[in-house]
Write a protein that binds this ligand. Structure first.
Ligand code: AHR
Length: 339
């Protein structure tokens, strides 16, 4: 199948999963939280007109995070719900303490974007023990340590493995299957870094001309991405492509390439993930090749899921957001809607 058809097929699958209100269900059980209590012993939530909920954010260092926070705050305000908001400022230990503080404040439910997969698991279990259901947003926890329907209600977010696959499919097509690739990884230990890496590497595994020559953590941040790209470009002057796990690192890499006297988009092709306004502008400018969307607007879906849970409806273990794909064919039309 041609890369474009693969991308189309993957997008269709994502749309269908969204329409059905669920994704893969191989990592947990369904949950229902009204009436007699949650499935798998999960805490129940009383059906009310208004809730006091917590949202534990990981950091606020990029447009994606700001868009996610804005969506959660705006939707809470629209509904007249009380939102206890915390920002872990890139510190996983602080995020654990933030969840504990929400438990102490006796919120009705906690929405958590776990910065890393493993360290937040005890906090999720503490919330359950305190009778407070947790809904995971955008990032997941380690599935061997905690499960949907047992330890937390559900995971709402993108399919990060598929995002990595779609980035790889585009790059294979763009480079005709021949590239020396620098990979800028997201925060070590986070589910998007783990899964975007897996999806990309699996997709190029049978392409003998596609080689990842260097791979390093750029922490999903623009300046860190720039610094890492600078170092890896010096060590690999023959690199012809960069795969960044998010747009901010891709934009940092564009700056590093320009500083090294290389032309982004020509000497080195770049593909990333997110779909931010700056990334779409970089596509229009010819610096960035493509970006797989990762939708940060969680507010409506997050609160609607809690309402359904409180009403006793069955909640699937995963609710997958549909993601678009941006390249030179649609960046101009889409930039007005970007964050
Ligand atoms: O978890 C989603 C990722 O985290 C986004 O791609 C990135 O920009 C953010 O920091």
């Amino acid at each position: 199948m041609k890369a474009k058809s693969v991308i189309g097929a993957l997008a269709t699958v994502a749309m269908l999963a969204f329409a059905a209100g669920c994704g893969s269900d191989d990592d947990g059980s369904t949950a229902s939280g009204g009436g007699g209590g949650g499935g798998g012993g999960l805490p129940k939530v009383e059906k009310k007109d208004t809730y006091k909920v917590g949202f534990a954010q990981t950091e606020s260092n990029n447009p994606w995070r700001l868009a996610q926070t804005a969506s959660m705050k705006e939707e809470a305000e629209k509904k007249g719900w009380q939102l206890v908001y915390t920002d872990a400022a890139g510190d996983t230990t602080k995020q654990v303490a933030d969840v504990e503080s929400m438990i102490a404040q006796q919120v009705d439910a906690i929405f958590l974007a776990p910065r890393e997969e493993k360290p937040l698991v005890p906090a999720v279990k503490k919330a359950k023990a305190a009778g407070i259901p947790v809904i995971l947003l955008d990032r997941n926890v380690d599935q061997s340590l905690a499960k949907a329907g047992e330890d937390y209600v559900t995971f709402i977010g993108s399919d990060f493995i598929e995002e990595g696959q779609r980035a790889a499919e585009w790059l294979i097509k763009e480079t005709k299957g021949k590239a020396k690739i620098i990979e800028l990884e997201g925060t070590t230990g986070s589910s998007p870094a783990n899964d975007r890496k897996k999806g990309f590497h699996d997709a190029i595994a049978n392409e003998s001309g596609m080689e990842v020559v260097a791979s390093q953590d750029g922490d999903f941040a623009r300046d860190k991405g720039r610094q890492v790209a600078e170092t890896l470009l010096q060590a690999n002057p023959d690199a012809t492509a960069i795969y960044a796990h998010n747009d901010e690192m891709a934009i940092g890499a564009i700056a590093a390439l320009k500083a090294a006297g290389k032309k982004p988009g020509k000497d080195v092709v770049i593909v990333s993930v997110d779909g931010s306004k700056d990334a779409l502008q970089a596509i229009i400018d010819g610096d960035l090749g493509a970006t797989v969307e990762c939708n940060p607007r969680f507010g409506p879906k997050a609160y609607e899921t809690l309402e359904k849970y409180a009403a006793g409806e069955t909640i699937p273990p995963k609710i997958i957001n549909p993601d678009k794909f941006f390249d030179s064919s649609n960046a101009e039309q889409e930039i007005a809607n970007a964050y």
